[in-house]
Design a protein around this ligand. Structure first.
Ligand code: GAR
Length: 198
């Protein structure tokens, strides 16, 4: 069987990347081909290398906000790896429509909210502030609009009285690590039916 090739883009610790990489064994239809970061010091790069995954980084800072120029460099190692699927996993740079369109229909993202609620940053604090009873995470196909695109899966987490954003983020992250591998496995086998957890 020929496996689907999965490139994973990260910016930090890469715990979601690890959950994806560690899921792609046995009869899984995909295998990791690259872990790519916009930060050479991202902790996730070491974790990927320890797992024998090729890694690369392109620092966004020298581009001083010129997103198209940054993305042109980012594309080089990414296209070289010839991914069938690109997973954004805690990748904290906003991508232009031009970049996204190259991977349209084969790029996924995990976002820490029950989309369409709380696109962007500080999602956990905003959910608490709003007095929501529940929060969670979503995996969606990436389109040109930020944190938009067809939802492929969601996991719900109750917000407890007195919750802090840190405590809530930690509980949501546990579900991110279940949701993303579940969605990727389905997606790699051509199944777009949304996953709902727990
Ligand atoms: C995760 O919670 C992920 O959902 C979030 O960043 C964290 C990365 O953690 N992503 C976003 O906020 C994207 N807008 P990780 O590096 O340990 O996977």
């Amino acid at each position: 069987m020929s496996h689907k090739r999965v490139a994973i883009l990260i910016s930090g610790g890469g715990s979601n990347m690890v959950s994806l990489v560690d899921s792609m064994t046995g009869d899984h239809p995909a295998r990791p081909c690259l872990v790519l970061s916009n930060d050479a010091n991202a902790g996730g790069l070491t974790k990927a290398a320890e797992r024998g995954i090729p890694t690369a980084s392109v620092d966004h800072r020298p581009f001083k906000g010129d997103r198209a120029a940054f993305e042109a460099e980012l594309l080089k190692p990414l296209e070289e790896a010839q991914p069938d699927i690109v997973c954004l996993a805690g990748f904290m740079r906003v991508l232009t429509g031009g970049f996204v369109s190259r991977f349209q229909g084969r790029m996924l993202n995990i976002h820490p909210s029950l989309l369409p609620k709380y696109k962007g940053l500080n999602t956990h604090a905003r959910a608490i502030e709003a007095g929501d009873a529940e929060h969670g995470c979503s995996v969606h196909e990436v389109t040109a609009a930020l944190d938009d695109g067809p939802i492929l899966g969601q996991a719900r987490v109750d917000i407890e009285p007195g919750d802090t954003s840190e405590a809530l983020a930690a509980r949501v992250l546990v579900w991110e690590h279940k949701l993303y591998p579940t969605v990727l496995r389905r997606y790699a086998s051509g199944d777009r039916t949304p996953v709902l957890l727990p």
